[in-house]
Design a protein around this ligand. Sequence first.
Ligand code: SF4
Length: 297
Amino acid sequence: MMEMIIPEIYTRFYCKAGDCQHSCCKESWEIDVDADTADYYFQVTGELGKLLKENIGQNKEGYHIKENSAGKCPFLRKDGLCRLVAELGEDSLCDICALHPRFYEVMADKDLELGGVGLCCERTCELLLENKEPLQFCFDEAEDRLFTFEELLEKLGIILKKEELRFKPNIEKEYVQWVLSCLGKTEPLDDQWTTHIMDLQNRVDEVRAKLTSATSTAPWALFDKIYQYILYRQLEKSAKVSARVLVVYAHLNTEFVLLDSLITGDLPEALRRWSGQIEYDTDNVDMLLGISHDHGI
Ligand code: SF4
C-alpha cells in the first residue's frame, strides 16, 4: 500500500466554520460538484431542494455551485455555517468541500503520497505560525514517528545544500524589485490584488528600508517554516523540476510574503492571501516555476 507523508499540523487541523474571518465559502471560487453528489442534490426536496436546483450549474466540464451576487457560496448562512451541513449533514458535501483545504499529491516514482493542508486557509496559517518550533512531518497520522524537513528530503532522495534548507532574506534592491515584478505578472484573483502589488511596487524603497531594519528583529524561525512549507507543496514535481528551481520558487514566494507582511503588519493574512492567489492557481504556480527556472540557471 502506498504510504502517505503529512505535516504534523495536518493531524491537528479542524475547520473554524462560523469562527473563520476569511471563510473559503466567501472567496468567489467556482466549486466543482462531483456527479454523484450532484445527483443526490437534485433529489433533495422542499425549499432547500429548490435552492439546490437553482444554484447548481452545469457546463461541459461538469457541475458547479454558482456563486451569488456577492461572490459567496449561496449555501453560506449569516452565522458563517454551511446550510447543507446544517440541514443534510456533513456527508452531503461534495468531494471538494469535504476535502478542502487538504491536498494530496502522488509521487509515483517514489511510491509515496504527500498530503497537507493548504495555506489559503486561515486555520492552516494559524497552525503553521503558532510557534517557532521546526516544521515536522509524519507517516499517515502516526505522530510517534516525527521527522524534520531535512529528514523528509533525505527520505525522498532530494539533495539540497545546507543553506537551501532555510530562508535567508535578500535585501538587494534589484532582488526586491524582481520579486514584486514576478508577483505582478501573475493572473490576479481579484482587482484588489493588482492594486496591492502596484502599491508595493510604488513603495519599493519603503519596503526595502523595512526589510533592512527587520533583518535583526524578524521572526526568522517562522519564515523558515513558511519557506519549507511552500517548498514541500511543490516537492511532488521533483521528478520533472530540479531541486534548484524549487528552491528559487520557494525563496521568491517567501520573500514576497515577508515584504507584504512588513508593509501590512499582518503575517498570517499576507501568507493566506498569497497562497489563495498563487498556490490555488496552477497557471500562476507554473509561471513562477518557469521564471524560477530562468533565474536559477
Ligand atoms: S478557510 Fe479554513 S477554517 Fe475557514 S471556513 Fe474554510 S476550511 Fe474552514
